[in-house]
Design a protein around this ligand. Structure first.
Ligand code: HEC
Length: 174
């Protein structure tokens, strides 16, 4: 065996060990929960979350990320080079780069995302999507708990009833 081959297979063993270790320690989902999700929340959810889904894409759960956009998948767990998500994060073309404005997502985070995709892009069990902030009660128009029409009718019939009562029983006892 040539030294190059030996080195390559040695590297292969190290990489598989690392991946295996990530699998058993849950590091994969750990990186997603601690770094990747936080980055997406800060840099992407405004346009790809509960409120807006630009390009039909949500990034607020691993499930949505695997689901892709209106145009199809944005990640390919078998061919990282084909992942639209990575291409957009790495692009410096103003018409392609994501996020469209502001500083780029740091290289180390992109590295973690690549690794996470390679491991299947899983999120924590029971991961909940973000809640649409406009659904919060503070954003809802005030609604009276009483139906005004019913209220009016009730008053009318009440006063009507008591007037009839008074006319028919001018001297009512009790
Ligand atoms: C200010 C709004 C905005 C922000 C913030 C934003 N995007 Fe986008 N994104 C868009 C728009 C608009 C499109 C559709 C136009 C296009 O393809 O460039 C898009 C498209 C995409 C696409 C391509 C979808 C497809 O299949 O064509 C990906 C992937 C993407 N965004 C990822 C991200 C990521 C990751 C972030 C955060 C790092 C992010 N975006 C932040 C507005 C935004």
């Amino acid at each position: 065996m040539k030294t190059g081959n030996l080195q390559a297979s040695f590297l292969g063993v190290i990489v598989s060990c690392l991946i295996f270790q990530l699998h058993i320690s849950g590091g994969e989902e750990g990186a997603y929960a601690s770094t990747i999700k936080a980055t997406f929340r800060e840099r992407c959810y405004a346009c790809h979350g509960a409120l807006k889904q630009k390009a039909g894409l949500r990034l607020d759960t691993a499930g949505f990320i695997r689901q892709g956009s209106g145009d199809g998948p944005i990640i390919d767990t078998s061919s990282l080079a084909a992942s639209e998500l990575i291409r957009r994060l790495e692009s410096h073309d103003p018409l392609q780069q994501m996020p469209p404005e502001g500083t780029r997502v740091p290289r180390e985070v992109i590295g973690s995302i690549i690794q996470w995709i390679g491991l299947g892009a899983h999120g924590p069990e029971g991961e909940e999507p973000e809640v649409d902030p406009t659904m919060h009660w503070a954003f809802q128009p005030p609604v009276s708990s009483l139906n005004p029409q019913a209220n009016r009718n009730r008053h009318r019939s009440d006063s009507g009833q008591s007037l009839c009562h008074k006319l028919h029983h001018p001297i009512s006892v009790g």
